[in-house]
Design a binder for this molecule. Sequence first.
Ligand code: NAD
Length: 265
Amino acid sequence: MDLNLAGKSVIVTGAASNIGRGIALGFAGEGARIAIVDIDDVAGRKVAALAEKRGAKEAVAIRCDVTNWDDVKSMVASVESRCGQVDVLVNNVGWTIERLFMEKPREEWEREVQLNLWSTVNCTRAVLDGMVARSAGSVVSIGSDAGRMGEFREAFYAACKGGVVALSKSLARELGRKNIRFNVVCPGMTLPDSKDTISEQSLWSSDLMSQLNTPEMRERIAKAYPLRRVGRPEDIAAAVMFLASDAASFITGQTLSVSGGYTMM
Ligand SMILES: NC(=O)c1ccc[n+]([C@@H]2O[C@H](COP(=O)([O-])OP(=O)(O)OC[C@H]3O[C@@H](n4cnc5c(N)ncnc54)[C@H](O)[C@@H]3O)[C@@H](O)[C@H]2O)c1
């Protein structure tokens, strides 16, 4: 199937690390023009160089704090002036640290709302003027199965990711008549293979989260998945690229779990 993504202008947020990196490299392989948006532009530039090698028509790393509205507006303006338009936005930035709700300090709730919900609202709103004017566009946001079914030690994160799903469905209803589609992909546990594929600010850099990424833990986690393995960034990228593409032109407001059968909803 030709996804017809060659030459399309694509923004991927959080593209310097793990899943976002895999998504950016996936679009690169299809010949898209990619903006690798991340707060860590050193790691972002490395991904941009690799994306060009993988076949991107153009790959540029843009430093942007997606929780900051002014930063987001100038990032989108810079992509529009370079590429003429934004065809696809992938809202991938997200963050959590697993802890029981009763033990979670307020700073962590606030960081989770900023990085999971405000980041998605800011970037989505900023690309919509152009998409509405052209009556075309696709927004794919990265959710989590936690937001679909709730998860132990992830109550606040689950609430934010549930918000991402509800936002996407509501916008799908409001803007379907403008031919703008909104879908959500929920990854299962997708662990980085090595330190070379994560950025300094990656959630996998924290001591607590990196404890989940040992060979023993991988094996234990895989047992909870019918397909008996953890996710790879390429698994998520394939679903995102399909939903972003014209091949999915009649699909909107949907939430797709890419989690080895962990959730079946
Ligand atoms: N990895 C998993 O197992 C898993 C499972 C379910 C859902 N998810 C979701 O997938 C997405 C990606 O996860 P990941 O594991 O690749 O995360 P990651 O932490 O490795 O990568 C996130 C990237 O976002 C960047 N970033 C952080 N704050 C930013 C800001 N304010 N502005 C711009 N960029 C910023 C970081 O520098 C990093 O490069 C997240 O939304 C996460 O919630 C991940």
